[in-house]
Design a protein around this ligand. Structure first.
Ligand SMILES: Cc1cc2nc3c(=O)[nH]c(=O)nc-3n(C[C@H](O)[C@H](O)[C@H](O)COP(=O)(O)OP(=O)(O)OC[C@H]3O[C@@H](n4cnc5c(N)ncnc54)[C@H](O)[C@@H]3O)c2cc1C
Length: 303
């Protein structure tokens, strides 16, 4: 298939890119890694009149790690972030999610910010941003504004970005000390989108008891769905954790639907199973973060 006709722009200044997008008046699309947009064009599921390619813009390809977290520029490829030792050491959930995104070839071109802007409810990195409570830096004609992840995802492939805004970076906050994370998912084949996936974060107190637990669910709601599971597991030890109450809490919140890949009831079943796996693995990782010598590292992510 060939894409419908469009006018291609390759600005070299961010101001020009924003101006072009504003001039397109809703008929423009940003092109980053092209791993989602180009298939949509070729299948004629999208027909923008203007494509604004941001790949020549300077300064958007950097990863910055500071005490507060990790800032990822709009042109940072998934594979670059996955291999960024300081970033994945500060926030292991970045690598736990990234290694489940498609195949290495797609991760070499696709950008993490592009994935978040695309807002596929089956995608891993929007869930990572939502679970950690991160934010998106959006640049439009009026300047830069910051949008919290909780407000950013508004529907399937819909975000709070205005038609004339470019997401220039996302910021992932560093989890609290004593926090462990995990990402568990099931996909029909390796490299495919998850039928269901769960990212979890478990925080332990000084007595190594759970003080907080959260999970973010993909492919079972219109947006990445964060559920606070603290009340279901608080005060418990993370080893051999009984997750039945947490599973019930999550089951009450998710809204899976039937589609050609899976029934709603199968997705609901997976959500429970993956809640158990992700919480237990995150709990073990939390123990490990407190005392790396006495607990085996446990990071398991399954397709
Ligand atoms: C075969 C295949 C399998 C895949 N499997 C997975 C998977 O398992 N999990 C997963 O998460 N993803 C998967 N992907 C998608 C991949 O992660 C993409 O890289 C990602 O979704 C989009 O990133 P991109 O940089 O390629 O964006 P593009 O394709 O360039 O853009 C995607 C959309 O986001 C917009 N956009 C991009 N960047 C910006 C920006 N900075 N500001 C504003 N808007 C922007 C574009 O206008 C477009 O609408 C898969 C892709 C393919 C082809």
């Amino acid at each position: 298939m060939k894409p419908p006709p469009f006018t291609y722009h390759a600005p070299v200044h961010l101001d020009d890119a924003v101006r072009l997008l504003a001039q397109a008046g809703g008929s423009g699309k940003v092109l980053a890694g092209g791993q989602s947009l180009v298939p949509l064009l070729n299948m004629r599921l999208a027909a923008p009149a203007h494509i604004i390619d941001i790949n020549a813009l300077p300064g958007l390809d950097t990863v910055r790690v500071d005490p507060g977290g990790v800032r990822v520029g709009a042109l940072v490829r998934h594979s670059v972030l996955e291999g960024h030792a300081a970033a994945v050491s500060a926030i292991p959930l970045l690598r736990q999610g990234l290694r489940l995104v498609a195949h290495p070839v797609i991760r070499n071109r696709g950008t993490t910010v592009g994935s978040i802007a695309h807002a596929d409810p089956s995608a891993e990195m929007p869930a990572v941003l939502a679970l950690l409570g991160g934010e998106v830096e959006a640049r439009g004609p009026a300047g830069v504004r910051t949008v919290a992840a909780a407000d950013f995802f508004t529907g399937p492939m819909e975000t709070a970005l205005a038609a004339d805004e470019i997401a220039v970076a996302v910021r992932f906050p560093r989890p609290a000390p004593g926090t462990g994370t995990a990402f568990a998912e099931v996909a029909r084949r390796q490299g495919d989108y998850a039928v269901c996936g769960v990212a979890a974060a478990v925080t332990l107190d000084a007595d190594q008891r759970i003080s907080a637990a959260r999970a973010c669910y993909i492919s079972v709601a219109p947006v990445p769905l964060v559920v606070d599971l603290t009340e279901a597991v608080a005060g418990r030890a993370p080893g051999n954790l009984d997750t039945a109450d947490a599973e019930a809490l999550a089951a009450d919140r998710i809204r899976p639907e039937d589609d050609i890949h899976a029934t709603a009831s199968y997705r609901a079943h997976l959500a429970r199973v993956l809640t158990e796996r992700a919480l237990r693995d995150a709990g073990r990782a939390a123990l490990n973060s407190l005392d790396p010598d006495s607990h085996p590292t446990a990071i398991r992510s399954e397709r």
